[in-house]
Design a protein around this ligand. Structure first.
Ligand code: MTE
Ligand code: MO
Length: 260
């Protein structure tokens, strides 16, 4: 894309690379984030990236899309690949027939959507590249309902500023409070390519990749794309959720806005 060569974005990418290298050494990233100077630079650079994308209007620009011929022969599964949670396993054993996506928080009409309801809404399909902060990429085809359409159904209240995604998978076995979560702002929530995907490569989304429903937010890194969605919430601030930084990995030091 045209902003790939912009020096500020290049700088951000370098820093993102440094963060990724840190995570390869277990705990290295945590140690890096304890350094106040590093934290401040990352914070400022993140704000600059968002500001710059807004300025040139590229928050609405589309991520590159690909053709069927470009699909990765095998798409890697990463992070949780089978949630260690009894309720989830029960839902999975019945093909997610009893699963519902709760949508609440700062909305006019809180609601719960079954898979059948989500599948009956207008769908979008896109072939995109998934970039993980660990340094690998895969191209996949995703079909789902635009998040914006779901949010329009429940009606956001004017105070809503972020959308939070609550997932089924605990990141520490036996600790429900460690369940994965993520968040995005309203620009990304209403971006054309932001979808809640229930199909992958023309088949029902496999458990490994987040069944029955996972977020695709194509302008950001892989860790933003929450799998195993259970609940979506509109909020005015991220401070009171989880560790307060807007996501499981963000609470451990990753940047919240992971634009690519
Ligand atoms: N619920 C949940 N979502 C998640 C993760 C996870 O561990 N749990 N891992 C994230 C990371 S780091 C990546 S790269 C992608 C991996 O998606 P995939 O398994 O479809 O490749 O999911 C993201 N979403
Ligand atoms: Mo990732």
């Amino acid at each position: 894309m045209s902003d790939r060569g912009h020096p500020r974005l290049r700088r951000r990418r370098l820093l993102a690379g440094a963060g990724a290298a840190g995570t390869l050494l277990l705990g290295g990233c945590d140690r890096l984030m304890q350094d106040e100077q590093v934290r401040n630079v990352l914070g400022r650079t993140e704000a600059l990236t968002r500001w710059f994308q807004r300025l040139v209007g590229s928050r609405h620009a589309l991520a590159p899309t690909y053709t069927e011929a470009d699909l990765s022969p095998s798409f890697r599964g990463n992070g949780t690949i089978d949630p260690d949670d009894d309720d989830y396993q029960e839902l999975a054993s019945k093909n997610f027939e009893d699963w519902q996506l709760e949508v609440g928080g700062l909305v006019r009409n809180p609601a719960a959507f079954s898979l059948a309801e989500l599948r009956s809404m207008p769908a979008r399909t896109q072939i995109t590249r998934h970039d993980c902060v660990e340094g690998w990429s895969c191209i996949g085809k995703w079909t789902g309902v635009p998040l914006g359409a779901v949010l329009q159904r429940v009606g956001l209240l004017p105070e809503a500023r972020y959308i939070v995604f609550q997932c089924a998978d605990p990141m520490t076995p036996g600790r429900p409070e460690s369940k994965y979560y993520e968040s995005i702002d309203l620009d990304d929530a209403f971006h054309q390519q932001t979808i809640l995907a229930y199909d992958m490569n023309g088949q029902v989304l496999p458990v490994q990749h987040g069944a029955p429903l996972r977020l695709r937010v194509e302008r950001q890194l892989g860790y933003k794309m929450a799998k195993y969605l259970m609940r979506i919430e509109a909020v005015d601030s991220l401070k009171r959720i989880g560790g307060g930084k807007g996501g499981y990995w963000e609470d451990l030091g990753y940047t919240w806005y992971a634009g690519i």
